[in-house]
Design a binder for this molecule. Structure first.
Ligand code: ASP
Length: 435
């Protein structure tokens, strides 16, 4: 693994950790002095120098990586084994994450015990915030059609009528499925297939080289983005009425990241998880700073292969799929947020309703895109399902607005866990698909 780092790697790896710490401190200072213009400037600059260059590379990289990964597997039966094992791992870890979230929030009860005037203020401002967010209002209309509609939407993404349209609309799932089909067909096409596969492989290598250039910018970009995000809300939110709720989310994410996923890794033969985590620090820093699994994906693929000891085959299959489907942090977050909101509205959920929360939070996490705040949008599915199982609308969907204000900070944390889960998959699946 990491071994001896070159100058560039050292700058990126060490600089990205420094960027996170420095970004938090500077962001908090900017918040305290009310330097809103500087905060917006940092946000725009971070977007321009880090997020947009990564997003520019991500879709062509997904396509070529998946095709290259699949053709290099050769025999389609190996793909079947890899696909099944990866899906089982994704599903199991997301269910565990959602269960952990639902358990913690039920035990701690952050929504009970708040002063009635705090609850009233949170609800009023929350509903106003929700109504001012058009994306959420639209999502509500779609989400309220129920679970059947949510499944149908995922199924439609899985079988795209036009993969290029999915790509243009920022739904990488359709692109991945198309790439899998093409990869298998190329692997079975003999010589003609080989030459096309070589071209796509070459393109993939070239794109990964370009990712290497962007790596240089991670420390600066991450510093700007973290300062901007912390500068917008301030860390004092952690002490406000939503503080306990935020602590439950963050505590759950820490348990999942540092205890549960490492256990999976050790049990499934993925080697020393903490060494691996340390080697992956720039990926984790990028995820935290951008709050986007998709934007982080180019860095994930490159660093898993160069520093993480993951095979190209496993990485190129697991990382793109994981960035789209596998969101442990989001599943945990959705479970905590929804149960917390019900608690605020005075509803204690029974065991059966908590099971509905766990199942639908997992579905909502699968359906969430790898972009900032996507988890908020799919939360409607969970709220609607629990209301349906309670037999009446005990929690208005608009109550989601209560958690919008503190979402960015939690989004940064859950995205880090989402990406950590994807990297764990690449590491574990390296056993099934070594180079
Ligand atoms: N931002 C998360 C991600 O990209 C998704 C979410 O909002 O939960 O992984």
């Amino acid at each position: 693994m990491a071994g001896t780092l070159g100058g560039k790697e050292r700058w990126v790896a060490t600089g990205s950790i420094g960027a996170l710490i420095g970004g938090m401190i500077v962001g908090e200072m900017l918040h305290r002095v009310g330097a809103t213009a500087t905060v917006s400037g940092f946000s725009v600059a971070g977007d321009l120098i880090l997020v947009r260059p990564l997003m520019m590379l991500v879709l062509p990289l997904i396509f070529t990586s998946v095709v290259a990964g699949i053709t290099s597997l050769g025999d389609p039966s190996r793909l079947g084994k890899l696909g099944l094992s990866t899906s089982a791992y994704f599903l199991a870890t997301m269910l565990v994450a959602a269960t952990l979230g639902a358990t913690l929030v039920t035990l701690v009860g952050p929504g009970f015990g708040l002063a009635p005037e705090d609850v009233a203020a949170l609800t009023t401002s929350g509903i106003e915030r929700f109504e001012a967010a058009p994306k959420l209002m639209q999502a509500t209309a779609a989400g309220e059609q129920g679970l059947g509609a949510a499944w149908l939407q995922i199924a439609r993404q899985l079988i795209p009528a036009n993969p290029f349209a999915s790509m243009a609309e920022g739904q990488p799932l359709g692109m991945i499925i198309f790439a899998i089909v093409l990869g298998v067909a190329l692997a079975l096409s003999g010589d003609a297939g080989n030459s096309a596969a070589r071209v796509l492989n070459g393109l993939n290598e070239a794109l990964l080289r370009a990712v290497g250039w962007v790596l240089w910018i991670i420390p600066i970009g991450a510093f700007l983005l973290v300062s901007a995000s912390v500068g917008k809300v301030g860390l004092a939110e952690l002490l406000g009425p939503l503080g306990l709720y935020m602590s439950v989310v963050i505590g759950g994410l820490i348990i999942h990241m540092f205890i549960i996923l490492p256990i999976f890794q050790v049990l499934l033969g993925g080697g020393n998880p903490f060494k691996f985590m340390w080697a992956m620090r720039e990926v984790l820093a990028t995820a935290f700073a951008t709050a986007s699994s998709s934007a982080t994906l180019p860095v994930t693929i490159r660093v898993c292969e160069t520093e993480g000891g993951c095979s190209q085959r496993a990485t190129r299959f697991c990382a793109p799929l994981g960035a789209t489907l596998n969101m442990d942090g989001t599943a945990l977050y959705e479970a905590v947020a929804v149960v917390f909101l019900f608690q605020l509205y005075g509803v204690q959920l029974s065991f059966g309703e908590l099971a509905v929360v766990v199942a639908t939070a997992t579905l909502a996490a699968v359906g969430a895109a790898g972009i900032p705040s996507a988890g908020l949008v799919t939360m409607v599915i969970v709220i609607t399902a629990v209301n349906a199982s309670l037999g009446s609308e005990k929690l208005p969907v608009g109550a989601m607005g209560i958690v919008i204000g503190v979402d960015r900070l939690l989004d940064m944390c859950r995205t880090t866990v989402n990406v950590w889960g994807d990297m764990g998959a690449a590491r574990i699946m390296t056993r099934i698909a070594p180079d």
